[in-house]
Every structure is written in structure tokens, then in C-alpha cells.
Design a protein around this ligand. Structure first.
Ligand code: APR
Length: 181
């Protein structure tokens, strides 16, 4: 699928490992402690090395729906933006708003740090069990809206999908945003 131009940015999909991407920031799907875990959180800490955890220890955790930024250490990415997604409890506990907030806060931090390229995993779609299609729609629409409003400094947004089912969900979500020819 071709990158989708929105505002001053392009939105694109990459299928593979987020820790391999050489971008200004990769976004971690963290927990409120910011002290690591499994899934993409575990992969990022393994690839970044102990310096990342050291810096995270000093951040005093992070609220669900919020995000905090650190260095990238041994990762090819310059920074890690740690976003804390909501656990899915059936959709009646503000999960959609909290997930949208993760993308908004990550892009606000990218803007504050004048970052140009950012790569997101499918936040909350693993251990936190957020329905994939709904999460992909929230992610792509929130990012598109902020890029259209030029809230963020980013010119390249990558949705990093760890497998075919995630890629399909994101392709369908981006397709809904593409202008009808
Ligand atoms: N690169 C890209 N995406 C990945 C990678 C990777 N290396 N590893 C896993 N993923 C994908 C998963 O397949 C899923 O689509 O990231 C998405 C988010 O899944 P999780 O990592 O399980 O994150 P989440 O659902 O937000 O749960 C967060 O899990 O790892 C713990 O500490 C973390 O407590 C927190 C919780």
C-alpha cells in the first residue's frame, strides 16, 4: 500500500519488528510502571539495553493514556516514547478515548522534540486485548486528524504491524481514510 499523504506527513504500514526501525522515535506499548514487560515492551528493552530501564526508573511511571519520552540507547531509533494503552474491559470504560489519547500524547511529545519520523506498534492489541479492527481505526484516525491539523512536527508516521492480521486491519483502516478516486 502506498504511503498516504495527510497534511505535511505521510502515513505508512511496515510489517515486522519495531525495534529494527531507524526513526526519530519508536513508540512503546508500556504499562504504568514503565519498568518493562513482555510483548513489544520486552523487545524494546532487550534491544535498547540496560540504559533504557535506568532512565525509565527516574520517570516515576506513567498514567494510562499518557506518554513519556526517553533516549533510544542501543536501538537504531533515537528516542522511545512510552505510551500506556488501556486494558480492554468491553468498551464501556473509556477505552477508546484512552487509546486515542496515547496517539495524541505521543505526537505531542514528538512535536515538542521536533521529531520528524515516528513508528507506532498496535498499542493495546496484544496483552491488553483491545479489538484489533477498532484499535486500528482509532490509531489511524487520531494520527490523521493531528497530521491534518499540523499539531505534530512529524513528516513520516509508520504503523508497525507484527504479523499479517495486524497489517490487514491497518491497511483496511488506512484505506477508509484514503480519498476516493
Ligand atoms: N514489534 C512490533 N510489534 C510488536 C512486537 C515487535 N517486536 N512485539 C509485539 N508486537 C505487537 C503485538 O503483536 C501487538 O500487536 O505489539 C502489539 C501490542 O501488544 P503488546 O506488546 O502485548 O502490548 P499491549 O497489548 O499494549 O499490552 C501492554 O504488555 O508487554 C506488556 O509491559 C507491557 O504491561 C504492558 C502490556
Amino acid at each position: 500500500m502506498n504511503p498516504l499523504p495527510i497534511g505535511d506527513a505521510t502515513l505508512e504500514i511496515f510489517t515486522g519488528d519495531l525495534t529494527s526501525l531507524e526513526v526519530d522515535a519508536i513508540v512503546n506499548a508500556a504499562n504504568t510502571s514503565l519498568l518493562g514487560g513482555g510483548g513489544v515492551d520486552g523487545a524494546i528493552h532487550r534491544a535498547a539495553g540496560p540504559g533504557l530501564l535506568e532512565e525509565c526508573r527516574g520517570l516515576n511511571g506513567c498514567e494510562t493514556g499518557d506518554a513519556k519520552i526517553t533516549g533510544g540507547y542501543d536501538l537504531p531509533a533515537k528516542h522511545v516514547i512510552h505510551a500506556v494503552g488501556p486494558v480492554w474491559y468491553g468498551g464501556q470504560k473509556g477505552e477508546a478515548e484512552k487509546l486515542a489519547s496515547c496517539y495524541r500524547r505521543a505526537l505531542e511529545l514528538a512535536g515538542e522534540h521536533r521529531l520528524k519520523s515516528i513508528a507506532f506498534p498496535a498499542i493495546s492489541c496484544g496483552v491488553y486485548a483491545f479489538p484489533l479492527d477498532q484499535a486500528a481505526r482509532i490509531a489511524t484516525r487520531t494520527v490523521a486528524e493531528l497530521c491534518r491539523e499540523r499539531v505534530a512536527s512529524v513528516t513520516r508516521v509508520i504503523f508497525c504491524c507484527f504479523g499479517g492480521d495486524v497489517t490487514k486491519a491497518y491497511e483496511e483502516a488506512l484505506d477508509e481514510l484514503a480519498p476516493r478516486m
